[in-house]
Design a protein around this ligand. Structure first.
Ligand code: PLP
Ligand code: SF4
Length: 286
């Protein structure tokens, strides 16, 4: 309830880049498609919380027709990202319908599902759900765990089901002050995601300007120090990329620590994972 000046209703400009209802097209090769604005849980830090409160925005196949026609008309689109809301809050029949419609568009190659369901409602990950998403398209499920305490026996079963179905599993987390803003917490989260669930940490999001979230935002310098320490402690595959989704539709840009300390022509000075600065001389053939 405590808003700070400068916080935004639509921090990453979803609406500005929406050519037809229920679709956002900001990067040429991929679109966001919003089949529903309902979720299995509502997160206070959600940057889309202003869209989720509107009524009459559940799934109907009529509501998706303009968005599906738009995708069919744009051959540069290779990836469709189901988000919302939470696409896995839909029944199997609706998911199968959406899958079939997108699969029928020949230039689309990959379907991505952004969801908190494996975390907050793991019993929803059933053989029926998996069957609804089988076909020509490569399927990637991007989960959203923020803390190792969210990893339970039930989430392990859900992720195993998704992996055995042949889906690629990735995770995005939000950096939250007082929740996961310590190296130990992030290390345990990323390690357990990869080694216990088989879910690769993909993004760690810096808190965007969603309203009423000032008390949960860290500074960017704190996030950089955390991700630098994480990089030194965990294997490459366990490390997420620390990103900020820029206002006005600038996209997600990496804001992790910079290891380049300086440069003089071909001579670079680079800070190693041990903190020592070393020289590197570029040698490039003609
Ligand atoms: C986050 C986002 C994507 C996906 O970006 P990746 O970096 O490929 O994960 C695509 N479109 C929009 C509008 C987004 O906000
Ligand atoms: S599940 Fe995702 S879309 Fe729904 S409220 Fe949480 S962060 Fe927002």
């Amino acid at each position: 309830l405590e808003e700070v000046e400068g916080e935004l209703d639509d921090p990453i400009a979803d609406h500005e880049f929406s050519p037809v209802p229920r679709l956002t097209h900001r990067h040429a090769d991929r679109v966001l498609l919003f089949p529903t604005y309902q979720c299995a849980v509502y997160c206070r830090f959600c940057f889309r919380k202003e869209s989720l409160t509107a009524i009459g925005r559940g799934y109907t196949h009529e509501a998706l027709e303009p968005a599906l026609a738009y995708i069919a008309d744009h051959p540069e689109i290779r990836e469709v990202i189901l988000t919302g809301g939470d696409p896995l809050s839909l029944p199997d029949k609706a998911l199968a319908e959406i899958f079939a419609r997108i699969e029928a568009i020949p230039h689309v190659r990959l379907l991505r599902i952004h969801t908190r369901v494996p975390v907050v409602l793991p019993s929803r990950i059933t053989s029926g759900l998996v069957a609804a998403l089988q076909g020509r398209l490569m399927v990637t499920v991007v989960t959203h765990f923020n803390h190792a305490r969210e990893i339970t026996g039930a989430t392990e079963v859900a992720c195993r089901t998704l992996r055995q179905a042949g889906f690629v599993l990735l995770n995005q987390s939000v950096l939250l002050k007082g929740v996961n803003d310590s190296v130990e917490t992030l290390e345990e989260l990323c390690r357990e995601l990869m080694y216990r669930l088989g879910v690769k940490p993909y993004y760690l999001h810096h808190g965007d300007l969603a309203r009423g979230m000032a008390h949960r935002r860290t500074t960017i310098a704190q996030g950089q120090a955390l991700t630098e320490a994480l990089r030194a402690r965990l294997s490459g595959i366990c490390n997420p990329v620390y990103v900020l989704d820029l206002p006005e539709g600038g996209g997600k840009v990496p804001i992790g620590p910079c290891h380049v300390e300086g440069r003089d022509g071909k001579n670079w000075r680079l800070r190693g994972l041990d903190g020592e600065v070393r020289g590197y001389r570029e040698i490039v053939g003609e």
